[in-house]
Design a binder for this molecule. Structure first.
Ligand SMILES: Nc1ncnc2c1ncn2[C@@H]1O[C@H](COP(=O)(O)OS(=O)(=O)O)[C@@H](OP(=O)(O)O)[C@H]1O
Length: 825
């Protein structure tokens, strides 16, 4: 047995045991555990961790498995413990958490799991303290089955102090929620029980333990949510009767979505909180577009104005801005219907000041199908139309037909929108994909904010109640607790898409929003708000700043995207590279690039003056978009040609793994390793060769030890970091393995790449190719001649990289990858 004090003072242990929950060493010592247990727990790995973050990874939960990502910044993470991916309760709760955009992690546990190891992997420490607000267990049985659970128990002990709530799901209880009623007095929750609590409803009456007395007896409006522990095991030895434990003995799908929000809110000590405000913008696309017989007439226009008033008087009562329908027009079709419809168009223009207006292209053309001058025309003609009829287009907002050009982005549209219409905000249903709708997100590209757009069950072809696809009941179901209702409940900002014909004929647009708003008003305390599009855009990215940077997905694997992408002969799916050489820098990546290129089946990216041989797309050039990226690759001559690229800084770039995963999920990745000390020295010499002031002025050893003048310190630190950091191979390899399967990654020993006999050039002192009978070596910038590394630096580097190399060694052993010759332990 080791001395507990010294053991607990060990930094590793602090991080091991959810340090966020441990305010001081004194308190840590209260937890008693033995060394053996600790060691055991580290040995066995029975747990997998999946990191989920709303803007990091859009593929739905079960499409891919992302393990251990230490790069979590969100403070209000939810940690989900489950045995399987297929538990319907877990799937359901995850969908809601994704919908409301809270970050979460999933711990996959085997029954009887040792959870300590998983907690260690979560690497929770001082700097990311209080990261969790809620732990959700698949069931109470799973919770109880966890062995070696010191950390978990400690966490429970300190749950109240650190405000971590617990929810236990259980699928065997069929629960009805008729007794729910709205309490208007409560600001915070949507639905609560009205008067007294029905004990069978929320509170488990079996539990008579005194420690629960306060919870059970003091249940009232202010206690708010469910607290119980049927088996009386979790809280048994705790004196804390105020912990927020929630045991769901219900089937989640049977309870109201608003109750689930209440519960998440309550259990997380209000940190999972969407507030009650819901911003709603309703676009009416295709104004003036539509077949004669289905278009709006005068009475439809009057009805639309009346309905807008009705919404303002009844539902947008808390909004400082008056709600206005946002009308997307195509001027070319103005007055193109029958006589009654022409009057309708004219009346709409007469009533123009009641609404806001936006460009929907002059003749409803899809921008991606137009060349530059036609696109100009489309935008200018509509612009002139707006001026002629004095339309209120001061919204900085536009939407293109069929979302064309918005996502996948068509740079020409973005550029012309900005220039001609001063557009700053748009919306689409297509980012990252149309389905699943709850994962739709926003992004900013070329200074245009792209907001997610929601559907509300009505489309251009749904104009009559009697022929609503699969019956009107289907539409009603969507409004009453179904998808449209949930859309408003779970999205703080909603932009709905409707069409002109939805306000003519049976006026399904009015039918849907009247009933929907009424139902929400009756059953929740939601406060509807309106903001003009530009302000709404700012609000969106204020709420979700992490979404601003786009994550490009591959249009070739999404049918809808493919249809509205700028596909032509030079831009085609086969151009996407299938192999990426990731680096790190100075390991021989150029040599490998050359060797591969000389093979007739492999085609490297084109080099241009601007970026030489490396595209660096997934690191620094990402904002240029995929059309730019693809312009750097040749159109494939035949099916067997494989495009590839090498950008040696991808390896240690923090964003490259996520970006490559999103665009090229099946790519093969090549990583080359040499002794990290040699790599560091090679980089130093590379910088000297590029006349870097610091590298010229100071020796390698001085740089490593920061033995420099104070005015050079900052720059030397940067150089030192570039020398050393990419050599921390385990750290980066682990990250790549959290995004890609092991089978997609090829590790190459850079020393072998140098020494593998092919044709050794005694002058160059490296292997060179023979192409058409002539020797082809790499240029003078590769395989430089410089002084051998000094002994003190070698010693320094051996020391510096010792732990990291050992980690790397263990990692590649664990994944049964080849161990490089230079790495021996
Ligand atoms: N065949 C052949 N010819 C020349 N050089 C070779 C070859 N094979 C591997 N090497 C080693 O590659 C080192 C340069 O690595 P990179 O090409 O990855 O550098 S870079 O990051 O692209 O700048 C380069 O580093 P230096 O020796 O420091 O110049 C070489 O050690």
């Amino acid at each position: 047995m080791i001395n507990v004090n010294s053991y607990l003072n060990n930094k590793a242990l602090k991080t091991f045991c959810l340090y966020q929950a441990l305010p001081s060493d004194d308190q840590i010592i209260k937890t008693t555990y033995t060394q053996q247990k600790f060691i055991n727990s580290l040995e066995k790995s029975e747990v997998q961790i999946e990191q989920r973050s709303f803007n990091q990874d859009f593929t739905s939960l079960f499409n891919q498995q992302v393990k251990i990502d230490q790069n979590f910044s969100n403070k209000n993470q939810i940690l989900i413990f489950t045995t399987s991916k297929s538990s319907s309760q877990i799937t359901f709760i995850i969908k809601i958490i994704e919908w409301i955009k809270f970050d979460f992690k999933i711990l996959f546990l085997k029954p009887q799991s040792n959870v300590n190891k998983a907690f260690k992997n979560l690497k929770i420490n001082d700097s990311n303290s209080s990261i969790y607000s809620l732990f959700i267990f698949e069931s109470i049985d799973l919770f109880e089955s966890i062995i070696n659970r010191e950390c978990l128990d400690y966490l429970i002990n300190s749950a109240k102090l650190y405000k971590i709530g617990f929810i236990f799901l259980n699928k065997n209880f069929n629960f009805k929620t008729q007794k729910c009623a709205l309490n208007r007095e409560l600001e915070r929750f949507y639905v609560t029980t009205k008067f007294s609590i029905d004990k069978n409803f929320y509170v488990n009456t079996q539990n008579n333990d005194e420690s629960f007395g306060a919870l059970n007896s003091k249940w009232d409006h202010s206690t708010r949510v469910i607290l119980c522990d049927s088996k009386n095991t979790i809280l048994k030895n705790q004196n804390d009767n105020c912990m927020r434990f929630i045991d769901f003995k219900i089937n989640l799908e049977n309870i109201k979505s608003s109750v689930i929000l209440d519960i998440l809110n309550y259990a997380s000590y209000e940190r999972v909180n969407l507030g009650l405000e819901r911003f709603v913008q309703i676009d009416i696309d295709d104004i003036f577009v539509g077949q004669s017989g289905l278009r709006i007439k005068s009475n439809d226009v009057n009805e639309l104005v009346n309905f807008q008033d009705y919404l303002n008087q009844n539902y947008f009562v808390h909004s400082s801005e008056k709600f206005k329908f946002n009308l997307g027009f195509s001027g070319y079709y103005f007055c193109s219907g029958n006589e009654e419809e022409i009057n309708g168009d004219k009346l709409l223009i007469e009533k123009r000041k009641f609404f806001t207006w936006f460009d929907h292209t002059w003749s409803h053309y899809q921008p991606h199908l137009l060349n530059s001058s036609l696109l100009n025309e489309q935008l200018y003609f509509n612009f002139d139309f707006a001026r002629k009829y004095d339309l209120n287009t001061d919204t900085f907002y536009a939407v293109s037909p069929h979302h064309s050009g918005i996502y996948p982005v068509f740079n020409d549209l973005y550029e012309k929108w900005s220039r001609i219409w001063l557009i700053k905000v748009t919306s689409t249903e297509g980012y990252p994909h149309l389905r699943p709708a709850h994962l739709r997100r926003g992004f900013i590209h070329n200074n245009i904010m792209v907001l997610p757009r929601q559907t509300c069950g009505i489309f251009t072809h749904t104009n009559f109640l009697h022929d609503y696809p699969r019956g009107i009941q289907k539409l009603n179901d969507m409004m009453y607790e179904g998808e449209i209702y949930q859309t408003i409940l779970f999205n703080r900002i909603n932009i709905f898409m409707t069409h002109m014909t939805n306000y003519a004929n049976d006026r399904l647009g009015i039918y849907v929003f009247k009933n929907l708003f009424n139902y929400i008003n009756e059953w929740t305390n939601i406060k509807f708000k309106y903001l003009p599009p530009l302000n709404l855009g700012h609000k969106y990215f204020e709420l979700y700043p992490k979404e601003s940077e786009p994550l490009w997905t591959n249009p070739c694997i999404d049918k809808r995207h493919k249809l509205i992408w700028n596909l032509n002969e030079t831009l085609t799916c086969s151009k996407f590279p299938k192999i990426l050489i990731l680096g790190p820098q100075k390991t021989g990546t150029t040599a490998l690039n050359l060797f591969l290129s000389s093979h007739p089946q492999f085609e490297p990216n084109l080099s241009t003056k601007e970026h030489f041989e490396e595209t660096q797309f997934f690191s620094s050039e990402y904002h240029k978009g995929i059309d730019w990226y693809l312009s750097l690759f040749k159109f494939n001559r035949n099916d067997s040609t494989i495009n590839f690229e090498k950008s040696a800084n991808y390896f240690s770039d923090s964003k490259a793994p996520k970006r490559i995963k999103a665009l090229l999920p099946d790519a093969k990745l090549i990583i080359i390793y040499i002794d990290p000390g040699k790599r560091a020295y090679s980089w130093y010499n590379h910088m000297r060769a590029h006349n870097d002031r610091i590298a010229i002025k100071y020796t390698f050893y001085e740089v490593l030890n920061l033995e420099v003048k104070s005015e050079d310190l900052e720059m030397t630190k940067q150089l030192r970091l570039r020398c050393l950091d990419p050599g921390e191979y385990a750290k980066y390899l682990r990250k790549w393995l959290s995004y890609f399967k092991k089978s997609q990654i090829l590790l190459l020993d850079g020393e072998l790449l140098k020494t593998n006999p092919n044709s050794y050039d005694s002058k160059k002192k490296f292997f060179c190719l023979f192409v058409h009978g002539r020797r082809k070596c790499l240029g003078s910038g590769k395989g430089r001649k410089y002084e051998p590394i000094d002994f003190k630096s070698i010693e320094y580097l051996n020391n510096y990289f010792n732990d990291s190399n050992f980690e790397f060694f263990k990692l590649i052993k664990k994944y049964s990858m080849d161990i490089p010759i230079w790495l021996n332990f």
